[in-house]
Design a protein around this ligand. Structure first.
Ligand code: M6R
Length: 618
């Protein structure tokens, strides 16, 4: 979603701003803009579409100045247009700001400002904040020799009136030597350089510019000048903050010869899974170990119920986790959409542990669900990829995925790492209860086979490409699987929808007869995930039912399975692995299938329409 960059120092601001915005592209956006203070005022350049058009609009000679702001906008209030693109001006142009988040009471505030004579050029909620700050400046007391205090007072007074979420970077025409940043519910980081300071919505623009970072917390404001920075609470005084080392993998990702990030990330999975397990398998005790759960084994032993929550693909990994934890650790699990959990107010017993699962660590609904359950006194943990993200900070503890930056909007390697972490947690909880030493060892061995099995699954790429050619024009595709492979069916369908815009549905295979089978005809392919195991015969019967109605069948099955070969129109071979690791292996051909179909249909694989990488609004 929207991205923010800001610079104050002695260098040319434009270089950092444009490069920083490119690094934020992965978040998803539909317009962009920069404001650079060039002497007496700001030069503002905006464009609709990609950063390349912004670069084109800026031309060969970047406006010169050492203070500036930049923004990528993912439209919420008003369409993607030049008027709605940030930065926005307040008053007669004395305030310029960029904003991430959503202001819920913007309409009321706007009406009040219009009555006072302010005119609006955009449909955004963000422009309201710019005028509000300008209006507050009129009442802010003079502060002799320290103009930033007056401006700070105006920003404080303005943000106190906002209901909703904001990450703000604000600059002032008449005092081009400081920036003010403010955060509530929308992440912001400060990059600490020497004689220069940066603000950004995540760490990726800072890589290569500084090695020190500060994560702002909600209700905090920061004042940045070329000589230093200070952080304050919105309603109180100065706050001491930790300056942390910037993780080197925070955003430095290149294609390394792949055509798209999604493909690269699919191929990285053997390694990302290895990284998720590194140092976490304990042979001596036949269990898993986690450094950051912040709970004693006794506390974990007393857990009677687990809630797994997340959105989108992370919600699918929660479903995989439900099967794993109940199967291996025998703890009842419920899976909740974070967006529902945050408002549903379900009764939650004592001794319930809540896991928020998230790649970005910034998903607004997951963050809100965790905060709400934490407020009620429950233990909250995060399974998260992005170090230092809002959810990682808000939870009582958690497990990092160590999957490296995931740039493709469609989540791939983060998903398999989430499943892998959930498998290790199942082992851990199981070993605190009934799982024997011997079974623990077996599970560890099976986990260790995973990177090789995923590598083997990747070998189906050529085969999948042929299948993609055959079905690229389908308008609906069904994905069917049972037990551990039901979430895989959902995830396969989501991947196809997201990047190829083909309508796809995932179901437990047996559910098909209860409705979806009505969709089956010769133009509607069904993808069956059919490994050998308890429900194999039942899924075979479902496959026959689809064939009997003329529906094309694509089967994911092991190589030596003549029975499946004789029924399916196309078979994609996957290695045979134990039930609980199947979701991690079987999803790989489905990721590749969506990738190839999207490519053949000419879709923008890494930046699919309407989607954002971190969904930081409700
Ligand atoms: O960063 P998160 O894991 O919290 O994101 C949750 C969803 O927005 C995300 O998984 C989304 O569904 C992806 N586009 C899936 O590919």
């Amino acid at each position: 979603m929207c991205g923010i960059v800001g610079y104050v120092g002695s260098d040319e601001a434009g270089n950092f701003l444009l490069d920083g915005l490119r690094r934020l592209e992965y978040r998803g956006y539909d317009s962009a803009g920069v404001a650079i203070h060039c002497g007496a005022e700001f030069t503002i350049t905006r464009s609709v579409g990609r950063i390349d058009s912004l670069a084109g609009a800026l031309g060969d000679v970047m406006p010169s100045g050492s203070l500036g702001l930049g923004h990528t906008r993912w439209a919420t209030h008003g369409p993607a247009s030049m008027e709605n693109a940030h930065p926005h001006l307040g008053g007669d142009g004395e305030v310029v700001l960029v904003h991430n988040g959503v202001i819920e009471n913007f309409q009321v505030l706007k009406e009040g400002l219009i009555k006072k004579g302010y005119t609006f050029v955009s449909a955004t909620d963000s422009e309201v904040i710019a005028h509000l700050v300008a209006d507050e400046l009129k009442h802010a007391p003079e502060t002799n020799g320290q103009p930033n205090l007056r401006y700070l007072a105006a920003v404080r007074a303005a943000v106190a009136q906002l209901r909703g979420t904001y990450g703000l970077a604000i600059a002032f025409r008449d005092h081009p030597n400081f920036l003010i940043a403010a955060r509530f519910g929308s992440p912001l980081v400060i990059g600490v350089g020497s004689g220069e300071y940066f603000v950004a919505s995540d760490a990726s623009p800072l890589v290569g510019r500084t090695e020190r970072i500060v994560y702002l917390a909600d209700h905090q404001l920061a004042v940045l000048t070329p000589d230093g920075f200070s952080v304050l609470h919105r309603d109180q005084g100065k706050v001491r903050v930790d300056i942390r080392p910037l993780e080197t993998d925070s955003g430095e990702a290149s294609l390394e010869g792949f055509d798209h990030y999604m493909l690269k990330e699919i191929y990285e999975q053997p390694e990302s899974i290895r990284n998720a397990m590194r140092g976490r398998l304990d042979d001596e005790n036949a269990t898993a170990v986690f450094g950051g759960l912040n709970l004693t084994p006794q506390q974990l032993r007393s857990v009677e119920r687990i809630i797994l929550t997340g959105c989108g693909t992370s919600w699918h990994s929660a479903l995989v986790g439900e099967y794993m934890i109940e199967d291996l650790a025998r703890i009842p699990v419920s899976v909740e959409y974070a967006s529902e959990l945050r408002y549903r107010n379900p009764p939650i017993d004592n001794n319930t542990l809540i896991f928020g699962i998230t790649q970005s660590g910034e998903t607004a609904d997951t963050l809100a669900a965790l905060k709400e359950t934490k407020r009620k006194g429950h233990r909250t943990l995060a399974i998260c990829n992005v170090v230092g993200s809002s959810i990682a900070q808000a939870a009582d503890g958690g497990v990092y995925l160590h999957a490296g930056p995931e740039i493709g909007v469609a989540s791939t390697k983060a998903y398999t790492s989430q499943c892998c972490v959930l498998a290790m947690l199942s082992l851990y909880f199981g070993r605190l209860r009934h799982v024997s030493f011997e079974s623990g060892q077996r599970i560890i061995n099976e986990l260790r086979q995973l990177p090789a099995a995923v590598q083997q699954a990747l070998a189906c790429d050529e085969q999948v490409r042929d299948v993609a050619k055959k079905y690229q024009d389908a308008s609906t595709v069904l994905y069917l699987g049972r037990q551990y492979n039901f979430p895989t069916a959902l995830e396969g369908a989501l991947k196809l929808k997201e990047i190829s815009y083909i309508h796809a549905e995932g179901y437990p295979a047996a559910e098909m007869k209860h409705g979806p089978i009505a969709l089956v005809d010769e133009h509607t392919p069904s993808v069956f995930i059919i490994p050998r195991g308890t429900t194999y015969d039942k899924v075979m019967a479902n496959m026959e039912e689809v064939k009997a109605r003329g529906g094309p069948v694509i089967a994911l099955a092991s190589r030596d399975n003549p029975e499946v070969e004789s029924i399916a129109d196309d078979v994609i071979h996957v290695p045979e692995v134990p039930g609980f690791t199947q979701p991690i292996v079987n999803v790989v051909p489905l990721q590749l299938l969506s990738y190839h179909i999207a490519l053949l249909r000419g879709c923008d694989v890494d930046k699919p329409r309407n989607l954002a990488k971190s969904v930081t609004v409700e």
